[in-house]
Design a protein around this ligand. Structure first.
Ligand code: FE2
Length: 363
């Protein structure tokens, strides 16, 4: 049996605080704790849910209301329909964050983490293990399996997010409902289980953490760009380019770009409105955001249709970059795993920045 875990591991730098003397010997309680402690797949999954809720634009209360709505919907189902209901969705508000394969009680010392894990990444992890890496768990950002097939379910989050920017909640809800159906139809025909089957065949535990990481990225970015005023779009870009992940992305030729507007344009109120909530929302929302007083939107990626709407309603549109923006949220979570003694192998486009060590690993 694995040892019982204490709630928070001792920070590396504070190990001295845990020293004590007994039987004439110096004991370091923190070090002893670190040596005996282990982290399971289930604990990583629960940490993801906890951190996702902590950073959720709906706030803890909003998430609790969402889960209560889920519970009510479940209770109103007939017995036969209840059998098909995803009971996990009564506890986890993120349909795109799931353990896809593997025994959740397995201890984890080393993970391979990245943005997109297809069969290639799964085979890569297996090959690395053949070379002696001992990877215990794969963590992808973009969902696979049932987590991909139900991606549209997390889009409900966007209703509250748009309401927080001043769009009436009923309008946001009405506009999003058609878009949610569209996303559902679009992802329906995909072969959702390819990489999950590859992980199963190779016996590699596999998890995806999507909206949780996007929530972390959104909160981080909103903390920088929504809490103070910026004179121009250029001023916003200048700050964006100082964030380590974006600095690196610029070197990769995949950094932030102004999709509509110009550096000299007045920024107005800035909204990091396209960072979380599953995928791109309804294009009609640009008109409503413009009327609500939003002058500049920062997003991860955008379709041409959305760009046209931004242009039509005079909203400056900064596209920070997709994979790099996914990396921001990923890194905030992966730092927590490193704190718990887990080794991380970055893969599949992840620009790993360790804020515990304040240095990049791929520069
Ligand atoms: Fe993404």
């Amino acid at each position: 049996m694995r040892p019982t875990r204490l709630p928070v591991p001792p920070p590396w730098q504070n190990l001295d605080r845990y020293q004590f003397q007994h039987c004439g010997l110096n004991w370091n309680f923190g070090l002893i704790y670190y040596i005996i402690s282990t982290v399971t797949i289930e604990e990583i999954y629960q940490l993801a849910i906890k951190m996702g809720i902590g950073a959720d634009p709906r706030g803890k209360e909003g998430v609790a209301k969402y889960l209560a709505r889920q519970k009510k919907a479940y209770e109103e189902l007939s017995t036969s329909k209840k059998e098909d209901f995803d009971l996990e969705s009564l506890k986890n508000p993120y349909s795109d964050t799931r353990i896809l394969f593997g025994d959740s009680s397995v201890n984890v010392d080393k993970i391979m983490a990245g943005i997109d894990f297809d069969t290639g990444e799964v085979v890569l992890a297996d090959r690395l293990n053949q070379k002696g890496e001992s990877i215990d768990l794969l963590i992808a950002h973009h969902p696979s399996g049932g987590a991909l097939a139900s991606l549209h379910e997390v889009m409900d989050l966007q209703v509250d997010l748009m309401a927080s920017y001043g769009v009436p909640i009923n309008v946001a809800e009405g506009m999003l409902s058609e878009r949610v159906s569209e996303v559902r139809r679009k992802i329906g025909p995909i072969n959702h289980y390819r990489s999950v089957d590859a992980a199963r065949l190779l016996g590699l535990p596999f998890m995806c953490i999507h909206t949780v990481w996007d929530n972390l990225g959104w909160r981080f970015m909103a903390g920088i760009f929504e809490k103070k005023d910026y004179e121009t779009v250029g001023d916003v870009m200048d700050i964006l380019k100082t964030i380590p992940e974006y600095k690196q992305a610029i070197k990769y030729k995949a950094g932030p770009t102004i999709y509509w507007g110009s550096e000299k344009n007045r920024a107005g109120r800035v909204a990091v409105s396209e960072f979380t909530g599953g995928t791109e929302g309804a294009k009609e929302i640009y008109e409503k955001l413009s009327h609500a007083g939003i002058g500049t939107i920062i997003g991860m990626h955008v379709s041409e249709e959305h760009r046209e709407e931004a242009k039509k309603y005079h909203i400056n549109l900064i596209i920070a970059g997709h994979i790099v923006s996914d990396s921001v949220g990923a890194n905030l979570f992966l730092d927590e795993l490193e704190k718990r003694g887990i080794t991380i192998i970055p893969a599949s486009g992840l620009i790993r920045v360790n804020r515990l060590k304040t240095r990049t690993k791929r520069s």
